[in-house]
Design a protein around this ligand. Structure first.
Ligand code: 99T
Length: 203
């Protein structure tokens, strides 16, 4: 399998953390790409018309995207404990947490693009505030349930860890731990998992 990858992408990281947790990381070949919403890469666009990463090219040439689909696919490729609970309330909780964390990231990345990519004279402060409001409310929601994360390793907690860690990586909200002690403590522990350490972004 080939994974279109950038070390900065928290969505790619989520797919790779899943691969490490499931013992599949060595079966994935990394294809590095550097693109933005305003500077695409033809080879990636040919695999994923949305021009986004992660995109996973399977052995039969099929390409899967986006990160929830890739993670759920990887979860069918092993015999160990599942990252996606198969049924019942645990499944809906894990999927909802994944949606919350992915939505947090969507808002955070839109802030990043707005402040980093868009020329300063065209930036829209209200819009940035709106996105910041979304990811801060998402953090509050994660804080509200962090105590129940316990030692759970599923797609919900993997997504939550990748999302919160991205805020630090891009310095998008340096004070996010203030008032969110449970989430902060939980992340400190989860970030030490080998899967998280192996995928920690460096640049
Ligand atoms: O929007 C673009 O054209 C390029 N952006 C991406 O490919 C980002 C990379 S994070 N990926 C997504 O937004 C994927 C979202 C999708 N729903 C999923 O896979 O779950 C780059 C962050 C950074 O550089 O800081």
């Amino acid at each position: 399998m080939k994974l279109y990858h950038s070390p900065a992408s928290p969505f790619v990281r989520k797919a790779l953390v899943a691969a490490h947790e499931l013992g599949l990381a060595e079966r994935i070949e990394i294809v590095g790409v550097a693109m933005t919403p305003v500077a695409g890469v033809d080879a990636l666009n040919a695999e994923n018309p949305l021009g986004k990463i992660p995109a996973l090219v399977l052995e039969d040439g099929t390409t899967l995207y986006d990160s929830p689909v890739i993670c759920e696919y990887l979860d069918t490729r092993h015999d160990g404990p599942r990252l996606f609970p198969p049924a019942g309330p645990e499944r809906w909780t894990a999927l909802r947490r994944q949606a919350l964390a992915d939505g947090l990231l969507d808002a955070a990345i839109l802030c990043r693009y707005e402040t980093f990519l868009r020329p300063a004279e065209r930036q829209w402060a209200d819009w940035i505030d709106g996105q910041r409001g979304k990811f801060r409310r998402a953090l509050d929601a994660l804080e509200g349930e962090a105590e129940s994360f316990g030692d759970t390793v599923d797609i919900g907690t993997v997504a939550a860890a990748c999302a919160a860690d991205y805020l630090d990586f891009r310095s998008l909200d340096d004070g996010w731990r203030d008032g969110r002690p449970r989430l902060a403590t939980w992340l400190e522990g989860f970030a030490e998992r080998p899967s998280m350490r192996a995928t920690r972004p460096s640049a």
